[in-house]
Design a protein around this ligand. Sequence first.
Ligand SMILES: NC(=O)c1ccc[n+]([C@@H]2O[C@H](COP(=O)([O-])OP(=O)(O)OC[C@H]3O[C@@H](n4cnc5c(N)ncnc54)[C@H](OP(=O)(O)O)[C@@H]3O)[C@@H](O)[C@H]2O)c1
Length: 320
Amino acid sequence: MSEVVCVTGASGCIGSWVVHLLLLRGYTVHATVQNLKNEKEINHLESLEGAKERLRLFQMDLLDYESIVAAISGCAGVFHLASPNNVDEVQDPQKELLDPAVKGTVNVLTAAKEIGVGRVVVTSSISAIMPSPNWPADKVKNEECWTDEEYCRQNGLWYTLSKTLAEKAAWEFAKEKGLDVVVVNPGTALGPFFCPTINASMLMFLRLLQGCADPYENLFMGCAHFKNVALAHILVYENKSARGRHLCVEAITHYGDFASKVAELYPEYNVPRFPRDTQPGLLRAKNAAKKLIDLGLEFIPMEQIIKDSVDCLKSKGFIS
Ligand SMILES: NC(=O)c1ccc[n+]([C@@H]2O[C@H](COP(=O)([O-])OP(=O)(O)OC[C@H]3O[C@@H](n4cnc5c(N)ncnc54)[C@H](OP(=O)(O)O)[C@@H]3O)[C@@H](O)[C@H]2O)c1
């Protein structure tokens, strides 16, 4: 019988990639969506290879504990991806971002502990690593680096704060209750996606192609292909020696490096020019995701990520 795992936020861009790779590897997947009646959340999951035989869908709300218990029951592992992914301005940060991210994570971990799940993979972000203005200027940022909460509050970086507090809550829970938790910290996730709705990171890329000159000073540390981000989750789940946080970027780069590569590959789009350093103080580094590379992950390079993203946006009609 195949191992049963739960993926929260399965309808999303990264979530559906995780489900796809898990199904291909023979797992049975409990996939959570917010609304089972919304075809836009479920059709792309139901058409994945292996879905007919080994996919079960659950309606789940991060603040409804019983809905989480129902989805996780019978599972040996959990991949917790569900979190509001909104980097634009919000009306009520507590309600729209902080509560679902932090209370939602604690709810998922509490249910996992109660049910006796073996390991929980929590999707954090580079947003829990930077902005970190007090990190030594001559040291490449790594998994030891944490986002400065006060800086986030002062600058209204609520998504960033939500990911930082959610990851901290996960580590605290793991330590106090003795639950096996591992974390993936992806950079800007890009590439082809299965879901019909565009997520925040692909929207950022689409806006760049349309001429948006925002340098995402506090939000960019490098990018990663959706396929690599999803595989990172599975590698840290399957390798029981994997511990702690795992930075997941093809390299640490500035947004300006990324934008100039896009402009070079696609001169026909209106990509703005940026100064050399769009992320002041961020040291560039190849092979920065050393822990994942050591687990066998081969990162798809930036150029291919850009090409796959453009092809996908074209095929879905977002650009011509
Ligand atoms: N994209 C990136 O570049 C990036 C980088 C680093 C980390 N991450 C993290 O990766 C995860 C997935 O991101 P994504 O880019 O795939 O975003 P996405 O496409 O917007 O997916 C987010 C998922 O979370 C679900 N969700 C949101 N609020 C929920 C709630 N209150 N209750 C239950 N489910 C809820 C969404 O359900 P619906 O579909 O029903 O709305 C969706 O399935 C998030 O934790 C995000 O912070 C993303």
